[in-house]
Design a protein around this ligand. Structure first.
Ligand SMILES: [Zn+2]
Length: 320
């Protein structure tokens, strides 16, 4: 069973909103966004292959960020079985990947450019030791903990020049995940954890999970230059006009009934999860408070307070 689904990462949503509304920040954020989107893509590719195997006896937790000793550790995919717990770290990297665990590094060669990355096996191993500490702290006797590194980009070339056994046994292509899990059942035959234990541990982990949110205040955003208004999805120009229940783009003539939803998402992602009628009018460039009120009432929002003090917040599935 899936104990925690993977969702589109909130930190990517925030960076995307910032890059949309602050064009002067776009170039700076591009590289970061590219890396984060690639990471997410790699994880979803592994999820796809994982979904094909029988996971009725396991609990799968996606995307955990767990606080420990004043810091956090992140796990892309955690699989709990009655005999062992498995951490899978996924990488989505193009080019030739050369594993050199003797030097705690991995080299990537792409378009004749050589780059050094931290050794992914060591990263996964570190997560294992952090998870062990976490389980002990929460009074669980840790079962055997295993780790794997999934390479999700089917185009990349994997090399293990020193024939390192850790590399050949722990690094695999996402598409072969079905063949990587059974050997752990053969290795760990002493199965102690009941289905109830698995549920208890996964509930504890989900409870501890703290999603990473980029600190907007540390990004020194020029708030006086923020692009306000509703963006046209056809030509990307900001400042659609609201008229008779529709948004109209003066630049390209495109009409939309719900273009304000993305604008409102941007507002919440940048300014926090609360908006008043006045703030909504300012950001959407609407004059009439009653029109704003009508639009706000048509969206699935949580409403608190009355009259001028009324604020609207995103409902649970607003960002889905
Ligand atoms: Zn347009």
């Amino acid at each position: 069973m899936i104990g925690k689904k993977r969702e589109y990462p909130q930190d990517i949503l925030i960076l995307e909103a910032v890059s949309r509304r602050f064009p002067q920040k776009r170039a700076e954020l591009e590289k970061k966004l590219y890396r984060k989107r690639a990471g997410y893509k790699g994880e979803t590719i592994l999820d796809y292959h994982l979904a094909q195997i029988d996971h009725s006896e396991m609990v799968i937790l996606h995307d955990l960020r767990i606080p420990i000793n004043a810091t956090h550790f992140q796990i892309d995919t955690l699989i709990l079985t009655s005999c062992f717990i498995l951490i899978i770290d996924s990488k989505y990297l193009a080019g030739t990947l050369i594993f050199l665990p003797e030097f705690d590094q991995m080299l990537r060669i792409q378009n004749d450019i050589e780059e050094s990355f931290p050794d992914p096996i060591l990263q996964a191993k570190t997560q294992v030791s952090q998870l062990r500490t976490y389980l002990k702290k929460h009074h669980y006797t840790p079962p055997p903990l295993e780790h794997l590194v999934a390479i999700s980009n089917s185009q990349s070339i994997i090399k293990n020049p020193t024939n390192n056994r850790e590399v050949s046994s722990r690094v695999f292509r996402s598409s072969s995940v079905a063949f990587k899990i059974p050997p752990f059942y053969q290795k760990h035959t002493n199965c102690h954890l009941t289905q109830n234990d698995l549920k208890k541990i996964s509930r504890q982990l989900v409870k501890s999970h703290e999603p990473f949110l980029p600190d907007i205040h540390s990004m020194s955003l020029p708030f006086d230059q923020i692009l306000q208004g509703v963006q046209c999805i056809a030509c990307e120009v900001f400042g659609m006009d609201y008229h008779q229940g529709k948004w109209h783009c003066r630049s390209c003539g495109h009409n939309s009934a719900d273009a304000h939803i993305q604008a409102l998402k941007d507002y919440f992602l940048i300014f926090g999860p609360e908006i008043t009628n006045k703030q909504f009018r300012e950001f959407m460039k609407i004059n009439s408070p009653s029109t704003a009120k009508r639009i706000l009432a048509s969206i699935d929002l949580v409403c608190t307070g009355t009259n001028k003090g009324r604020t609207y917040s995103p409902a649970k599935r607003f960002f889905d």
